[in-house]
Design a protein around this ligand. Structure first.
Ligand code: UGA
Length: 431
């Protein structure tokens, strides 16, 4: 074996590019392949194809250890571990679309020399099926838990690394464990199906926490409590923990919506009705729509009203708009007859494709100028630093719906705003 294991990466989307760049940073030669020629050309020039803190530096620093190619053969020769990082988007039925994974499997040589290391999120049972199709390729389920926006840091400092493999593929599981060992997270060795379930169950649990706190927020509004205070009090219980208890206008992104629905569907396909996840999904959908009620409470009909969306990405530090709450909100507002304008510091390119009827502005000020209402959709730090008193004077109606409970209600009210948060009751807040 070479001094450091060469690593193959198949699919250079978010997970694949971060995986490739981080393994290169750990000193491995990495060969990464993608069917998208434009992506490969850009990466060969050293230009990142994603907006992710830290990725540019990694690509620059490790250029000599990173090879990007559109030929799978270039990967198969140097690397025995092939990290499969292709996307598994939802199908209309809610199942995961495994066509890209199947294409990867079809392109492999069943030569007894390689291991397919599955990073893509796949339904439990996928590994066993692939192992049957490719009996001489070892299979390791190694789900990825990184979050967009902190992907590089998450990769380099994992809470845990889950490695699922059959006993006959122990060599491959050992090699993967060895790759991750310098990162220091606890290594969980298990069987393939359990590893697959850890991933789906983790995302479903986090989504459940969010929908739970969002429902608590909705009750807080009725009883005059402040959900931020409730979360703080709950989170100090070590059994509950403080994370993922931020109420807002629902979760989005490429993972939670798809994985929750895939797990629900996976259960359904076996004849089990996963009631809790059905509610988690429904609560999340309704949560985005509740914003409309908050606007009409103050403005009446929205016909002809100028509504400014602050932030479009599904969360800060990313330009990803997949399943972003902004998409549903913009469509609902336009359905109500509002004129929707928006500003996002980085998602403008993606937004122009996804929201052609929304007027995109190049600054928060120009979006808010003359607006009848503002909705803070994504908690970009720069929105905390705006000159809100000056903005109040430039809006037609200084009404702000803070969809992420990001701003200080007292300061906004002092600046002249009618402030509506999510679950912040009558405004009764901290003592
Ligand atoms: C999520 C998981 O957190 C990762 O562990 C996982 O690897 C990833 O999915 C995946 O399966 O690939 P990600 O979608 O990047 O990561 O983003 P998160 O930071 O988890 O946020 C997801 C959504 O939940 C965002 O829309 C965020 O605004 C929302 N959220 C998060 C809340 O509404 N409240 C919270 O308390 C936390």
């Amino acid at each position: 074996m070479a001094e450091r294991e060469a690593v193959g990466v198949i699919g250079v989307g978010w997970v694949g590019l971060v995986t490739a760049a981080c393994f290169a940073d750990l000193g491995h030669e990495v060969v990464a392949v993608d069917v998208d020629q434009a992506k490969i050309s850009s990466l060969r020039r050293g230009a990142s194809t994603i907006h992710e803190p830290g990725i540019d530096g990694l690509l620059e620093r490790n250029g000599d250890r990173l090879i990007f190619t559109s030929e799978i053969a270039d990967v198969l020769d140097p690397a025995r571990l092939l990290f499969c990082c292709v996307d598994t988007p939802p199908t209309y039925s809610g199942d995961a679309d495994l066509s890209r994974v199947r294409a990867v499997v079809a392109g492999l040589r069943d030569d007894g020399e390689h291991a397919l290391v599955m990073k893509s999120t796949v339904p439990a049972g996928t590994g066993a099926a692939i192992r049957r199709d490719l009996p001489d390729v070892a299979y390791v389920s190694c789900p990825e838990f990184l979050k967009e926006g902190t992907a590089v840091a998450d990769f380099l400092h994992p809470d845990r690394v889950v490695i699922g493999a059959d006993p006959r593929d122990a060599w491959a599981a050992d090699a993967v464990a060895e790759l991750y060992r310098p990162l220091g997270g606890e290594i969980v060795r298990t069987d393939v199906a359990s590893a697959e379930m850890v991933k789906l169950a983790s995302n479903a649990f986090l989504a459940t926490k969010i929908s739970f706190i969002n429902e608590i927020a909705n009750v807080c509004e009725e009883v005059g409590a402040d959900v931020a205070e409730v979360s703080r009090g709950m989170g100090l219980d070590a059994r509950i923990g403080p994370s993922f208890l931020r109420a807002g206008i629902g979760y989005g992104g490429s993972c939670f919506p798809k994985d929750v629905s895939a797990l629900k569907q996976l259960a359904g396909n076996t004849g089990y009705h996963f009631q809790l996840l059905t509610s988690v999904i429904e609560v999340n959908e309704l949560q985005k729509r509740r914003v409309i009620g908050k606007l009409t409470k103050h403005l009446g009909s929205l016909v002809g009203k100028r509504v400014a969306l602050l932030g479009l990405a599904f969360k800060p530090d990313t330009d990803d708009m997949r399943e972003a709450s902004s998409l549903v909100l913009a469509a609902r507002l336009q359905g109500e007859g509002a004129r929707v304008v928006a500003y996002d510091p980085v998602a403008e390119d993606r937004a122009s494709e996804l929201l052609p009827a929304v007027e995109l502005c190049d600054s928060p000020g120009s979006a808010l100028e003359g607006a009848d209402a503002a909705i803070l959709v994504t908690e970009w730090p720069e929105f905390g630093e705006l000159d809100w008193p000056a903005i109040a004077g430039r809006m037609a109606t200084p009404l702000l719906v803070d969809g992420r409970n990001f701003l200080d209600p007292d300061k906004l009210r002092a600046a002249g705003f009618t402030y509506e948060g999510i679950g912040r009751g009558s405004g009764a807040g901290r003592p």
